[in-house]
Design a protein around this ligand. Sequence first.
Ligand code: ASP
Length: 469
Amino acid sequence: MKESMRILTSETPEHEGEEVELCGWVHARRDHGKIIFIDLRDRSGLVQVVFSQDIARATELRLEYVLKVKGAVKKRPAAMVNDKLPTGRHEIEAKTLEVLSVSEALPLPVDTDGYEVNEETRLKYRYLDLRRERMQRNMRVRHAATQFIRNYLSDKGFWEIETPILTKTTPEGARDFLVPSRLQPGKFYALPQSPQQYKQLLMVAGVEKYFQIARCFRDEDPRADRAYGEFTQLDVEMSFVNQEDILELAADLFTKLATVVFPEKKITRTPWPRLSHKEAVSKYGSDKPDLRKNKKDPDELAFAWIVDFPLFTEQTTTDFFHGSGSAKFAPSHHMFTAPHPDDIALLDSDPTKVRGLQHDMVLNGFEVGGGSIRIHQPEVQEKIFDLIGFSAAQKKQFEHMLKAFTYGVPPHGGIAPGLDRFLYAALGEKSIREVMTFPASSGGKTAVMDAPSEADKKQLGELGLKTIA
Ligand code: ASP
């Protein structure tokens, strides 16, 4: 078969005077009787196509019809130039038209930024909502960011490794999603809140440098900066490193990423300022201070590190689901974070004074990532389990970690910047859902597909389940 001659609308200026073939959607239509103007849209933008009435079917064209057009690239007369469009000095004089598919009137506009449209409608018709220029940009930027991350870390010797989704709980302080097991009725998998335990086990396995663009699952109420259900992290772990190595790697990665993916944005300060938790709270009243010089400037990126967090916070029954409820302490980051070596003795005398080797990455007032040096001594890990009030049964759930650590474990640590979080903060978007292609609604309904849905009796029977609600 002959190769398609199609070019993108953005490429038309390079083809002045030539015949070209274009495919795309009818973005706008202006009928002037004898001639009809169409703005033809594809993933690269728009170009104006001019049809004379003698082109069969041109009068039938409606918004969002999908077309194949062949025609000549012409320079527009000076008075007709549209400076707002990158292709605005040219237009296509259509010679032939093929309607590849027709469209009903859309239930929502796609030629606006979309903020004015009810979010429920946008999520129900997400495949249409994503046609708008702003959402196309957000998908393109997200791709560029992940691609940059993959190349950067691969060049530095990191291996990208996938870890299981059907697994046992990895407590990060949120509620788990459970998946019933058919082969072992009455038992459940938990979806990982993060790959934390697996990445630590990969260090025991001798991987040394790991990363994953990882999906994480947490059954928490949504907020503007937190989506319901699932989100994506750049998960990183390294062996034989100290905290400084982790901070340097992550700062270099994100500084370079920002320069390449957001060339229009300026980083407020490099090297990134570093504040102790105490300093941040006393000076800015927040452990994620917004350090932009001008908070109205959308093109400023103020990164910062927050370090020296207390290892524990006071335990409340709602923010920590794994303690027995009787203990006073919950981990400030998670239970695998190493105490500051100078503070080990305080674990017995005054745990509230113990600092953790935790680091948070902050951008424009958002916590966009966290990590730590990990505990690699089984006896220290046990002590932390005791302090957070783990029962013998709860400790048993983590037996595999303690066991793995008896076979020669390298000191290790890492970080996990949230990809959605980072893009949301960097783009200054109105909600984190704007940088996610198919996010769940705030009520937990998935976009387009309308999950969760009921399961039939046979499915439930196989799982050994009965619903009572
Ligand atoms: N697993 C941690 C989290 O999801 C990140 C880390 O400690 O590397 O916040």
